[in-house]
Design a protein around this ligand. Structure first.
Ligand SMILES: [Zn+2]
Length: 252
């Protein structure tokens, strides 16, 4: 059984058997993986609290041929992010971040940029005056990184550029649709005001360090939240780009 070492962020941790824990992590050099920590729930476990969600750690893992489940033999905590587990608002936003990573990334497909984005995202929650908004911007960024960037230039169903009657966001199509195409969607579309459309267009185009300067409040914020929430749910359910128009977004 070869030993593998990687820095990782704990996405999920759940009880397994009498004393063990199964942990889902995003490992910088391995991508999303699952590992079992034997005896992790015993009082004097060598793992301690090192495998709590949001923790950044260095893992020693053993890989068994033909088994996707790693065995975790040692953990060193790099950043515990303890404060994210002590405040309900912070915990909810951090959970949104790790859940979207867990839901839309494939197993064993490492993307160091994605790892760094998640680590920075969790870290930025500390300083954020509005954690829910920080988590929303993170979700938009992650959709872009994983090839699911929302399409905001034209109707993704028929290609029409001039969207008379108000743009609609289709979670299933992953972008704007015109009113005619919106009526044909099997999941209800989110009507967007012009302010929301402008916000979304900027959010998908701006460099990540500039996106945090975008502000959204009131109607714009609630429309963007509804659109992104719906889209993430669709992406998480399908795990693959729903239709071929996303191939253009993927190459960006
Ligand atoms: Zn259309």
């Amino acid at each position: 059984m070869p030993l593998v070492k990687s820095t990782a962020i704990v996405l999920r941790s759940r009880k397994w058997g009498d004393a063990d824990r199964i942990v889902t992590c995003y490992a910088r050099s391995l991508g999303k993986i699952r590992g079992v920590a034997r005896g992790a729930r015993r009082q004097k476990s060598r793992f301690g609290a090192a495998l709590e969600p949001f923790t950044v750690c260095r893992l020693d893992l053993f890989e068994k041929p033909g088994d996707s489940l790693f065995r975790i033999s040692h953990v060193d905590v790099t950043t515990s992010f303890q404060s994210l587990r002590e405040d309900l608002g912070l915990m909810d936003s951090a959970a949104r971040m790790v859940n979207v990573v867990a839901a839309i990334t494939p197993d064993g497909d490492p993307d160091p940029l994605l790892f760094d984005t998640l680590e920075r995202g969790l870290s930025s929650l500390h300083q954020s005056k509005d954690p829910a908004y920080t988590a929303l911007l993170f979700q938009i960024r992650l959709l872009g990184l994983t090839g699911f960037r929302p399409q905001t230039d034209h109707c993704v169903a028929c290609g029409k550029v001039q969207l008379t009657g108000g743009p609609q966001f289709s979670p299933v199509a992953g972008g704007l649709v015109c009113l005619v195409c919106a009526a044909r969607q099997r999941v209800r579309c989110v009507p967007l005001s012009l302010g929301s459309l402008a916000f979304l267009q900027q959010a998908v185009r701006l460099a990540p360090e500039l996106v945090t300067r975008l502000r959204a409040s009131g109607q714009v914020r609630s429309e963007i939240e509804a659109a992104i929430e719906g889209y993430v749910t669709v992406v998480a359910g399908k795990r693959l780009p729903p239709v071929d128009f996303l191939s253009s977004a993927r190459s960006v």
